[in-house]
Design a protein around this ligand. Sequence first.
Ligand code: GLU
Length: 497
Amino acid sequence: MKKIRVRFAPSPTGFIHVGNARTALFNWLFSRKENGVFILRIEDTDVERSTVESEISLTQDLKWLGIDWDEGPDGGGTHGPYRQSERLEKYKYFADTLLDKGSAYYCFCAPQELEREREEALIEKRMPKYSGKCRELELSGSIERVRRGEKGALRLKVPAGEEIIFNDLVRGEIRFQTDFIEDFVLIRSNGLPSYNYACVIDDRLMEITHVIRGEDHIPNTPKQIMVYRALGWEIPLFAHLSMVMGKDNTRLSKRHGATSLDQFREQGYLPEALFNYLALLGWAPPEGREVLTKEEMVSMFQLEKVGKASAIFDYDKLNWMNRQYIRSVPSENLVRMAIPFLKRDGIIHGDITELHFLWLIKAINSIISNISILSEIPKELDIFFSFPISEMDKESKKILMDETSKRVILQFEEELLKYERINWEIFIEITESIKGKLGVKGKSLFHPLRVAITARSSGLELQKFVPIVEEGANLNFPRKIKSIRERISEILEFITN
Ligand code: GLU
């Protein structure tokens, strides 16, 4: 059997949208499952919109997501170059072949003229379609005009009255009437190839067996098939993936939330979680399991099982998936992953000591069940770093102003004097002593103490909070952590003023 070869062919005109990333991922899964070859091809013939920065960021983002390629612009492969801008001679070569065969012709119509025809058609409610005026020009004359420097575009002679039928691996049979397709441009008058033409030349020369791409390209497929036919080439198989939509059934866009890979990375989604989630957009693994390793996805993936219904991007589900992955990360790694986010929020700077690192393990472990994405970690750690007396809610203030509470807190302050440092055992000793002296217990004892040391009426269990905050207070964090003693004296000052 022929070796399976697939490609992902982004245009480097911006950050990579999750819909495109999902196309890359399905190509990748399919190639890995079939022991095939996965190619990255950069479609950069739109010189005005393509940038080198965007090519760099898109390759980095794909690698971040966990997608690698066997052949591509950064090395490897015998079918290069892998940037369309470096393949212009090849496009020229086959354009000449098409001219010689009489399948293509030069068009010298001015852009303004074409635009006018288009507008007229729209006004008359006809489908805009190039008139085919230059089809009649004699080839030798046209070649001479081009040789003398006149600008001409090369168009394909689209056969009239034919039906183009192809069997899409996802969507089944698709038919198009050629009468609705104009003689489209293969090479523009500036010498650069059109997408539909370059794509065919490259897919052929790169020996692509399966073209897997978004269904927005379905209308391009009959045009590409006509180019294959005109050149007498075998046509690859096509699989058009449904679009990725928001919950409101419109194309996923900024309005819905993050859409490009870099945004997901910045928010602290784990690449493995996003990879897993994207794989489920339109593909359901057998047995209904959802959290799968990459190896499992590869072994279970079947292109024929990809659905044609539009795929709904559900941020809640992605968050759920991300939580599953975050929980499975060993604590030390999680702290390493959290560090850029902690730096971004000014919780730490530069290198941190072993002690800070060990403290972060405990602190992050204590709040892990509250987070879905890494960027939420600094906010959750706020419970240790901030002591927001001035922003306390009504409930907390009410608890503090109660007479019994005041007595409890004052007594707590006095008991604290006996100890240099506090840990959980000492905290319990102190509360026992308060119980004995004031006869206060349970909620009336612990609630005021919680508010007094956290300035909040709910949150982490004190048993976890107390030792972490005390240890943290002894470490020199750029954002200082207040000790229990400091907190108690501040709160007393607040109550008594
Ligand atoms: N450059 C095209 C795009 O980004 C590629 C389409 C294709 O895969 O044929 O949509």
